[in-house]
Design a protein around this ligand. Sequence first.
Ligand SMILES: Cc1cc2nc3c(=O)[nH]c(=O)nc-3n(C[C@H](O)[C@H](O)[C@H](O)COP(=O)(O)OP(=O)(O)OC[C@H]3O[C@@H](n4cnc5c(N)ncnc54)[C@H](O)[C@@H]3O)c2cc1C
Length: 961
Amino acid sequence: MGKVERRPNFLVIVADDLGFSDISPYGSEIETPTLAKLAKEGIRMTNFHTASACSPTRSMLFSGTDNHIAGLGQMAEFMRNFGDYFKNKPGYEGYLNWRVAALSEILQDSGYHTIMSGKWHLGMTKEIAPCSRGFDKNFSLLPGASNHYNYEPQLDDGEFQAPCINTTGFWMEGEKILDRTADLPKHFYSTRTFTDKMIGFLENRTEEESQKPFFAYLPYTAPHWPLQAPRKIIEKYAGKYDDGPDDLTQKRLQRLKELGLVDEAVEHASPVGKLGKDWNEMSPEEKNISARKMEVFAAMVDQLDANVGRVIEHLESTGELDNTFVLFMSDNGAEGAALEALPLMGGKKTMGDIISKYYNNALENIGEPDSFVWYGARWACAATAPSRGFKGWVTEGGIRCPCVIRYPPFHAKPEAITDAFTTVMDILPTILDLAGVAHPGPQFRGREVVLPRGQSWVSHLASSDYKSTSVHKGDVHIHGWELFGMRAIREGKWKAVWIAQPRGKDEWELFNVETDPAEIHDLAQSQPGVLARLVQHWEQYYAETGMVQTPVVDRKIAIELNSQGIRYGVEVTDTKEDGDRVILATRDTNGSGICRFEARYVIGADGGRGLTDELGIKWEGERDIIDMVSAHFKAPLGARHPDPRNFITWFIDPLKGGSIRTGYLYHLGPYPVTTETEEWLFACAVNPENVQDFKTEDMIERIHDTLQVPNLDTNLISLSHWRVNSIVAEKYRSENGRIFLVGDAAHRIPPWGALGLNTGIQDAHNLVWKLGLAIRSNKLGRYNALLDTYETERRPIGLRVSQTSLHNLLSHALVMDRALGISTQNNTESNVKAMEEYFIPHSTEGKSRRQAVRNAQNILDTEFHALGAEIGWFYPNIDPETPITSSNHGGQLLPNGPYAEATYDGVTRVERIRDSGWRDADGMWANFKGHLAGILELNFTSVFGVLAAIYSAFSADIGLK
Ligand SMILES: Cc1cc2nc3c(=O)[nH]c(=O)nc-3n(C[C@H](O)[C@H](O)[C@H](O)COP(=O)(O)OP(=O)(O)OC[C@H]3O[C@@H](n4cnc5c(N)ncnc54)[C@H](O)[C@@H]3O)c2cc1C
């Protein structure tokens, strides 16, 4: 590297949602002469990786470490959809946390003048805004997006208030919160205004500031939605996209290959996401609208380039450019999501609601301040080709981004290209390396901070041959990604990807991304050894980053599947039957947004919280049988477990008075198990003589005490108190017949046999096809009798399962504890003595205790082997095999009718299914199989939709109309 007289300046420019081929040095037709010049004089990276979404990438840029460590383990906007799930989890603060030293802080302390103009998205309040994280001067948009012309009427409209965003304002300058309507420039356009401010900061440096080198951070909001640009720039691109996204894909790919950025032999992935119509199926008007969106997108990128050009020209004019390390990057892949159902402002109001009230998306208005459009999956996939996916995906389409560097001391050959694997975490170590500053960790500004995981690029970029040097140890570098439940792990050319259905396979796929960057050819079957190694890497990555498993059935998918039918964060406050309607009152869980809904039918699935009582339906059975406490925790227990294959392990401590009092343990995953990642559940009864309100510390002590491992490294994830009930609602259908109870709203089952949820799901299966028929017919009378069969069929099953589970529960004390000679009625000494007898070899007492335990084990088999028990369930009221026949369902029914709790007949008989049908008034045959498809067609796009709707059925109307 050439000799540098003065410490270098840094200019880091971030584009928002810019795809891999959206700028001309990466094959785009969009006019980007500034970036083309920077690339010509500098270096392009073909293998630069970010996180799959915006704020996680920014946290990695500023910390040099993984987003799960730096505070953006998930996007804050995503986490608030999951209630307390991520609460108090280190790495999931939702802002750049204090465990990291921010690049701007380190440089500020090292004599740099630090300035920023643009989008922050790493903290919404002043204490965590740029002014508090190392910037001497800043002009900042705090959240992740805004209207590019500052036209935001919804922000001043109570109907769309965003109570879940904890902020005092969206804009800041220095330490001042700006008033969006009064303080922003009159002729605001995001890209131009951010540039004006940045040039202003550079121009107006004081004498003292000018003596310092600078760190300038310029994160634009373009070309993030809403797509908006000056009209005359949009006109430049008129007609350029009339052949549609597939044509653009081909042209871009051709150009990428000509430029040497993609190998000739590479195949490209098919588009993914919510694709809508194929270009050839669109009407001329639909094509015009779609092409216009892309024209506006192009104009935004065009303007972004022009404004980068203004900053570069300024630096050239002051003679500072050649001593400035200029880096231009995108923060993730192009944005291909469908956004109409996105709850932009929190609560239940969606972007679609806002648009219909305030925006005009007519063709001639698209791109104007009062239009609000995005361009969708097909155009995004054209921009990420040849890769698969787009923003939000951990496939290359979401994480491989353009990165251009210009820094003359590297003496790169003109138009240099490096294919070395790099990540956004490397930028901090690279900048510190160039600035001659050591990372300050582990102590910084009075707090403990982590060290970077990224590596400096300096020796690689300063080398004369980019083919023979690398950044991340050649073939063996290991990097992971995880967001929104998608996982990926990479080791050199190998990449394993796990994506939940319906987007992925619900299992690990394996790709050679060097030859197959499109991730098309799954090698999981042919390379099992490689896959196993990568999965081990994943487990290590999971452990090292302190990751929390993201619920994979995420809100985004649910909304994609049933955008109108599913509403989150809504609480039903009142339910009334009124003639042929049910009237529901709801409010947002934060107390606002009170609404009233009318539904023809309601499926009440509130877990027995209140609806059953509200309907005046009584519960039958035993309540509050035991007071329990359970803990979900992480601990390296597998290696100490005598048989880790056990699903549930019971402990019986004579000092605690029996099995349920002592507790049980079961393994929760994640699989495969490693000592660093194991998660467990421990539960025990609260001692009624010494009722204890277990807090975290008490529970950890209790776990250690039961397991007899006093120094176990235990990380308690959650703690809950619950009561065991064995109760069944007297009726499953309301008085007027319009409300149905399912799941725990109909039966609360002791979890001894693990059939509570199974029973609930089967309730739902039984009900939905019947409701589907009733709704289609529009005449309650005609299908009333069919709807009645829901209760007559399912209630006996609810009763049966609750009785069997209660039987199982009681058997622990009655059978197993008794076999051991332990009882809560005995004193401690006699319990201890009985337990000791069990272990005395060759003694009569020992032998008989051991035999008694073996017998008890057989009896408890109904619980321990309950899995699959429901295969033998049958509906007695429609059962051809009456109790008087000889088999009595393999002995499941006693001769006089009731169930034999400890017996089941694990056989599914044809006649049981055959007769589970119904003939309507016209003699039409109807059954579950024939009509589930109909329901799906009517209301949902997948079985997930049915379940989600059922479980959120309390959110009114559920779309079944
Ligand atoms: C320790 C334990 C272990 C278990 N293990 C198993 C097992 O291994 N296998 C098994 O099959 N079952 C098991 N169960 C039982 C199972 O968890 C329940 O049967 C099941 O969760 C019930 O599902 P549900 O949808 O009916 O109710 P819930 O899961 O309770 O869901 C009801 C939902 O409705 C919401 N809600 C309530 N009131 C309102 C309102 N007014 N407005 C809007 N929303 C509302 C709630 O917030 C909740 O999200 C276990 C239970 C326990 C306690």
